[in-house]
Design a protein around this ligand. Structure first.
Ligand code: SF4
Length: 181
């Protein structure tokens, strides 16, 4: 698959990333004093499984990394621990291409479970805050619904045979573009 075709296939996903980033930038700006997320804090960076559309996007970014960094990631994969292999020297080597879950980590995630509203966030952030205005929240269920629809459309467009699994471990996702024509 050439770079231009992939770029077109990933348009919906890229648009969704922009929307998520826009909302997160709003939260970061408005609640800057309550957010302590910074480079070097890697608590959230656990080994992930991601949707195929996200796998193609991260694989496209991975193959553009310098070979030296790719080698470090591959070495990291051999550890088989629960850390994300893209975490090198306590920083994400593909930060600008990271999946949606990584972009939302740490911020107040709103969800409803059994009709009960829940808000989850990193305990290092928003210390002392007991309630959250709506614009500080990320509603995860509608976001996941959108991501699933974008992924479905992507899979329909590439007509992959055999079909991809629903979720792909990061260890396979990074190399997915090497495995297709
Ligand atoms: S992709 Fe980057 S931000 Fe996401 S878990 Fe891995 S190292 Fe962390």
């Amino acid at each position: 698959m050439d770079e231009n075709s992939l770029h077109l296939l990933l348009e919906n996903y890229t648009a969704l990333l922009k929307r998520v980033d826009g909302h997160i930038q709003h939260i970061e700006k408005k609640y800057a004093a309550a957010i302590v997320c910074k480079k070097g804090c890697d608590t959230c960076c656990k080994f992930l499984t991601i949707f195929p559309v996200e796998a193609f996007a991260i694989s496209a970014a991975f193959i553009k990394l310098p070979k030296k960094i790719q080698a470090k990631v591959i070495q990291r994969l051999k550890n088989q621990d629960d850390a994300c292999p893209l975490l090198i020297d306590k920083a994400c080597v593909l930060y600008s291409a990271r999946p949606i879950i990584c972009r939302t980590h740490g911020y107040p995630i709103y969800m409803e479970r059994g009709k009960k509203p829940l808000i989850d966030f990193c305990p290092q952030n928003f210390k002392g805050m007991t309630s959250f205005p709506k614009d500080a929240l990320i509603s995860i269920d509608p976001l996941n619904t959108l991501l699933i629809a974008v992924n479905r459309h992507f899979l329909d467009s590439i007509e992959a045979t055999p079909p991809f699994p629903e979720r792909i471990p990061m260890s396979n996702a990074l190399f997915i573009l090497n495995e297709i024509d």
